[in-house]
Design a binder for this molecule. Structure first.
Ligand code: BTN
Length: 328
């Protein structure tokens, strides 16, 4: 790790003063070199107090999203071990795809502060203004067959909910299969794209957009979308939340790749499923119908009780699900 991100890690984790001398000894550099790094960090927005005879202390960790900030935080075995950060890009999914084609390793993450061509599902665009939200994509090289890939998106949705709980102490839910919602509105969307060759997966990219600190939702989506800030009144440090998402995802992915199904996550997933035990309308191209959602099975299918009292397994690829009164 570069000295700057390592110093950031030290400052953040100590929560106290760290003497300049200690840092000099550790990095084998001069006091001036340490001072220069502190100065750069201050210019980037970190509030660092320097007190004679005591050293340096990070008094405020602002919402800085940068390569150094991310590198100073992420300690996973593979999720985010290689990380790319762009102030501005077209789409992190497109970037991750190119990296995948160029041979980048499993777990490579691309993060952007702003996207000019953010992609949503079903050909929609994803609003991606600067300085407010999280846009990232993780490149995966699973060793399982293509028909198992859909579960990765569900595992990611669960990871996002768990990270929001752990990092922001807020309770989010999942609208099956993979929208993360709060108070009936969407705060996070996930787009998984897969490159398949013959019968095996070349690579998968799972892209995640989280509405974090956005204060004003664009008019067109105000009815159905919201941000963590709008729901809680609290600002969140994006890098900390992203760190938490990647940590959870590494764990959930490993469970999924081990079992090749969601069996170890069904209980957690169902616990945050907002459609659970409520009336849903299944928008099946072969005909719409209504029933009561009961939870998912190990394949990630939604179990819906129809009017005849039978349980029908609904597969995510074919249909979408709506509540009877609005989006959830
Ligand atoms: C949806 O329609 O719900 C999925 C939205 C996915 C948006 C994210 S933002 C980061 C990544 N890059 C993209 O272009 N899209 C995904």
């Amino acid at each position: 790790m570069a000295m700057k991100s390592e110093i950031l890690t030290f400052l953040r984790e100590s929560g106290d003063y760290i003497s300049g001398q200690e840092l000099c000894d550790h990095f084998h550099v001069s006091r001036t070199a340490v001072w220069k790094v502190m100065k750069q960090l201050q210019e980037e927005g970190y509030v660092i107090e320097a007190v004679r005879n005591r050293g340096y202390m990070l008094v405020e960790n602002p919402d800085v999203l940068s390569l150094n900030e991310l590198k100073s935080r992420i300690r996973n075995r593979w999720a985010g071990k290689e990380i790319y950060f762009y102030e501005e890009t077209g789409s992190t999914n497109a970037d991750a795809k190119s990296l995948g084609e160029a041979g980048a390793p499993h777990g490579t993450v691309v993060v952007a502060d702003k996207q000019n061509a953010g992609r949503g599902r079903r050909g929609r665009t994803w609003e991606s203004p600067a300085g407010k939200d999280i846009y990232f994509t993780i490149l995966l090289r699973p060793e399982f067959p293509p028909d198992k890939a859909a579960g990765l998106t569900l595992a990611m949705a669960l990871s996002v909910v768990q990270a929001i709980g752990a990092e922001c102490s807020l309770e989010a839910g999942i609208k099956w299969p993979n929208d993360v919602v709060m108070n009936g509105k969407k705060i996070c969307g996930i787009l998984t794209e897969m490159s398949v060759e013959r019968d095996y997966i070349q690579h998968v990219v799972t892209g995640v957009g989280i509405n974090v600190n956005l204060e004003v939702m664009p008019e067109e989506i105000r009815e159905t979308a919201t941000s963590l800030f709008l729901e809680s009144g609290k600002k969140t440090a994006r890098a900390a939340l992203l760190q938490a998402v990647l940590k959870k995802f590494e764990q959930n992915y490993e469970k999924y790749a081990r079992d090749l199904d969601m069996s170890s996550m069904v209980a957690d997933y169902d616990a945050c499923l907002v459609n659970r035990d409520s009336q849903v309308r299944i928008l099946d191209p072969k005909g719409e119908w209504e029933g009561i959602a009961r939870g998912i099975n190990a394949s990630g299918e939604l179990l819906v009780e129809n009017q005849a009292g039978e349980t029908v397994m609904v597969y995510a690829g074919e249909v979408s699900v709506r509540g009877l009164y609005g989006y959830v």
